[in-house]
Structures are given as structure tokens and as C-alpha cells.
Design a protein around this ligand. Structure first.
Ligand code: GDP
Ligand code: IMO
Ligand code: MG
Length: 430
């Protein structure tokens, strides 16, 4: 019986939250392993919408253990706010149901300030970050000056660490002619939040090892998507973590055998929020129509998402670089009523057709999509719960995608609602 990792195979917002929530009925533990509250995962259950940023998407199901792994950068204030919001919606969250890795790095107020200031300074070259401080927090982590959750329980160390952290940040601020940060104020903020967040702190690697020994099923929930991966994505227009399933092991404290089945969540078209290359982007009425029908507005920042045709070259690359076993194809219903649909099957670059997205920034911006055109379908697929309910042309579209990306469609999602999901193959039984 394999554990399952759910990851995005495009530029995020593929519908990971919906699929993790649906699959979590078959799991005992749901684990976030990277990213932070830049993620926005939406669940719709009997008409009620839940928006999650840091909490794993299994949190709404009673009896499941939710885990935030060491690979996540945690803003304690944001996490506490999210817990309160969910409680307000009737979801029970206690230190028995939620464990946060004691060795995770914290996002501090200074990180979002640095994130926003840098974006402003970059002007037209901005990355279009969520402004949540994700990049600066990961920088402090790998530079070995981060404040970690466990430090909040150790007053002597904490004061020292704040001093070291600000030694670095204030040197930069001085150089920029900006106001320096007050260590006493940050220390007071941390001392205030410590007793509120520490009850959730735990030894995640140990809890997961226990779960494994008891034969429990673990579901890993990725954030962002393959093309936002700091190594494999459209660098520098990426997030600051590895979003691929390989990071589930390092980001939770389980070995490389942690994951069996890797389920890549894949939209039936493509979207991107923020700057950066997007070969199949549609800057016309068709793109507008996809955006309207798909309600493509960011969960976290409310920004309008850029929309375009399905890019099979990019998804195939995501499948190869991320070790994706099969995909869950989502938002097929958004394509209902289009007379024709296009799928990108190659890129034209310097007069040649290539089958991968090159790594260089100039080449990524220059590639032009080569399209295959499909007949659309006029019938509604929204809410379809069986393969037999799908029009023949929709089935043809799906089958061709499987061929092009070299991976099977194991799940199909036909609306935001939890149960509007068609299962072809149970990833836990692989
Ligand atoms: P995530 O970040 O990957 O979890 O995705 P988001 O929640 O940010 O964005 C996906 C959006 O699409 C959410 O509003 C979902 O409710 C919605 N959604 C998910 N699956 C489907 C689907 O099959 N059809 C439609 N129409 N909407 C969907
Ligand atoms: P989910 O988990 C879509 C994008 C931002 C920006 C880039 C870097 O909901 O799929 P960051 O704040 O991470 O430094 O921003 O990454 N981005 C996302 N886009 N979905 C997400 O998460 C994203 N998280 C970050 O828009 O382009
Ligand atoms: Mg999202």
C-alpha cells in the first residue's frame, strides 16, 4: 500500500486542495512539506467553501491528523489566524489534530516587508510574488540564521538569534538608506506568539514514523506547481522551494521511500499568476472566456490569473522532472461550449521545433507554441460523475492528452464540489 503525494504539474492553482480533500477520505495523515501561506487551496463541500493556505486540506475531515512539515516556512500569526477562521466555520483544530514540525523555519514580519520592498524595486522585472515573505524566509533558512519554531521555547537562544538575524538585515537596510529594525520589538512579538503556537509544535519525523509502523496511509500535499519549482521551473519566475514530490521526503523527515504514487494535478488548460514566460497564453477573447468560466482569480492575492491552452510539452516535462505517476485532470467543465480547443505539442525556436522548455530566460520567452486543434463539445460536463457521462469529443481530448504527456489520467474533476470527481484508478492501491 503506497503513500501518495499530490503535486501541481503546471504553475499552481490546478485544484490540489480539492483533490487532497477528496483523497483524504482514504488517508489517515495529510502532510504539507514545502511552501508557506503563498499557497491558496480551495475546497467546496456541499456548497460551503473553505480556503486553506498553511493547513493541510485534510483538516476539514474529522479523525485525520494534519501535519505541517519542516520544509514549510511558517508565519505563526498567519497560521493562528487561519486556525481561527476555520474554527469559525466549525472545523475542529487542536494540538491533537494538528502538528507543526518544531524544526520548521518561521516567516517573520520583516520577511514580507523585504519581499514587498524588493518587488517594488524590481519594477517591470518583478516576479509577482504573493508578498508573503516566502523567498526571504527561505533565504534566511539556507543561510542558517532563521528562527525556528523550537527557538520560541528557548528564551536564551531566542534573544541571541534575533540579534544575529538583525545584524544581517540591518546591514542591508542601512545600505539601502532604510530604517533599521528594532530587535527588542521583534523579540517581544515572538514572546507574545510563542505560547499560542508552541502547543502545536511536535516531532514530526517521529509522528510520521509511528504512523508508518502502524500501517497508516500518508497523503502528502504539495503547494505551487512544477513550473514554479526553484530548480525545474521558469527561473527566476518561480517560488523559493522545490515543489516536486521528491521534496516530500526531505520536507517531512521521511526517507526517499516515503512516497509511492505521485499524482500530478493538472488543469485541462493552463493558468499562471505573476510574471514570467507562458508560451500558450491567450491575450484575446478566448483567454478572457476561459478566465471567466474558470473563475480564475487568485485565492491568496485576488489577482487575475493569466489563461491559455493546455501545454502538453510543459506538462510532460513536469511529469519527467517530478516523477509523476499519473494525473488528476481538473476543470474539464470550464472547456464546455468551446467550438474548438488547442493543445501545444511542441515549441518553435529559431526555426526549429523542440520538445522541451529550454532553461534559459531568453529562450523561454521566445518559444512559440505549435498547436494541435480539437473539436470541442457543446454538452455540459459540469458535475459529471461517471466516464459514461462524458461526450465523445471530451474523451478524445483526454485520451490525446494522456498520449502526449506520457502518463495516464487517473482522476477527473468536473466541478469545485468534493464529490464531482471521477476515479479511474485509486492511487493508494497502486
Ligand atoms: P490549488 O491551489 O491547486 O489548490 O487550486 P486553487 O484552489 O487555488 O484553484 C482552483 C480553483 O478551481 C478553486 O476555486 C476550486 O474550487 C476550483 N476547482 C477545482 N476543481 C475544479 C473543477 O473540476 N471544475 C471547476 N469548475 N472548478 C474547479
Ligand atoms: P498554490 O499552492 C499559483 C507564484 C506567485 C509568483 C511566484 C513567486 O495555491 O498552487 P512567492 O510568493 O512564492 O515568492 O511567489 O510564485 N505562486 C503561486 N502561483 N499558486 C500558488 O500556490 C502560488 N504560490 C506562489 O504568484 O509568481
Ligand atoms: Mg491555489
Amino acid at each position: 500500500m503506497a503513500n501518495v503525494a499530490v503535486v501541481g504539474s503546471q504553475w499552481g492553482d490546478e485544484g490540489k486542495g480539492k483533490i487532497v480533500d477528496w483523497l483524504s477520505s482514504r488517508a489517515d495523515v495529510v502532510v504539507r512539506f514545502q511552501g508557506g501561506h503563498n499557497a491558496g487551496h480551495t475546497l467546496v463541500i456541499n456548497g460551503v467553501t473553505y480556503k486553506l493556505s498553511l493547513l493541510p486540506s485534510g483538516v476539514v475531515r474529522p479523525g485525520k491528523l494534519s501535519v505541517i512539515g519542516n520544509g514549510v516556512v511558517v508565519d505563526p500569526w498567519a497560521l493562528l489566524r487561519e486556525i481561527e477562521t476555520l474554527r469559525g466555520q466549525g472545523v475542529e483544530i487542536t494540538p491533537e489534530t494538528l502538528v507543526v514540525a518544531e524544526n520548521c523555519s518561521l516567516i517573520l514580519p520583516l520577511h514580507s516587508a523585504v519581499d514587498k520592498a524588493r518587488e517594488e524595486a524590481r519594477g517591470v522585472n518583478k516576479i509577482g510574488t504573493t508578498g508573503r515573505g516566502i523567498g526571504p524566509a527561505y533565504e534566511d533558512k539556507v543561510a542558517r540564521r532563521a528562527i525556528r519554531l523550537c527557538d520560541l521555547a528557548d528564551e536564551a537562544v531566542l534573544a541571541d538569534k534575533v540579534e544575529q538575524l538583525l545584524f544581517h538585515h540591518n546591514a542591508l537596510l542601512r545600505g539601502l538608506g532604510a530604517a533599521e529594525l528594532d530587535g527588542a520589538e521583534l523579540l517581544a512579538q515572538l514572546k507574545d506568539v510563542a505560547p499560542k503556537i508552541l502547543p502545536y509544535a511536535g516531532v514530526v519525523w517521529h509522528r510520521l514514523d509511528e504512523a508508518k509502523r502502524q500501517g497508516k496511509r500518508i497523503l502528502f500535499e504539495g503547494a505551487q506547481g512544477a513550473m514554479l519549482d526553484v530548480d525545474h521551473g521558469t527561473y527566476p519566475f518561480v517560488t523559493s522551494s522545490n515543489t516536486v514530490a521528491g521534496n516530500a521526503a526531505a520536507g517531512s523527515g521521511m526517507g526517499p521511500g516515503a512516497v509511492g504514487y505521485v499524482l500530478g494535478i493538472t488543469k485541462a488548460y493552463t493558468t499562471r499568476v505573476g510574471s514570467g514566460p507562458f508560451p500558450t497564453e491567450l491575450l484575446d477573447a478566448v483567454g478572457e472566456k476561459i478566465g471567466e468560466r474558470g473563475r480564475e482569480f487568485g485565492t491568496v492575492t485576488g489577482r487575475k490569473r493569466r489563461c491559455g491552452w493546455f501545454d502538453a510539452v510543459m506538462v510532460r516535462q513536469a511529469i519527467k522532472t517530478g516523477g509523476i505517476t499519473g494525473i488528476a485532470l481538473t476543470k474539464l467543465d470550464v472547456l464546455d461550449g468551446f467550438e474548438e480547443l488547442k493543445v501545444c505539442t511542441g515549441y518553435k525556436l529559431d526555426g526549429q521545433v523542440i520538445q522541451h522548455l529550454p532553461a534559459g530566460q531568453t529562450a523561454q520567452a521566445a518559444v512559440e507554441p505549435v498547436y494541435e486543434t480539437f473539436e470541442g463539445w457543446s454538452e455540459s460536463t459540469r458535475g459529471a460523475r461517471s466516464w459514461a457521462d462524458l461526450p465523445a469529443t471530451a474523451i478524445k481530448y483526454i485520451r490525446r492528452i494522456e498520449e502526449l504527456i506520457e502518463a495516464p489520467v487517473t482522476l477527473l474533476s468536473t466541478s469545485p464540489e468534493r464529490d464531482d470527481t471521477i476515479l479511474m484508478k485509486d492511487p493508494f492501491q497502486d
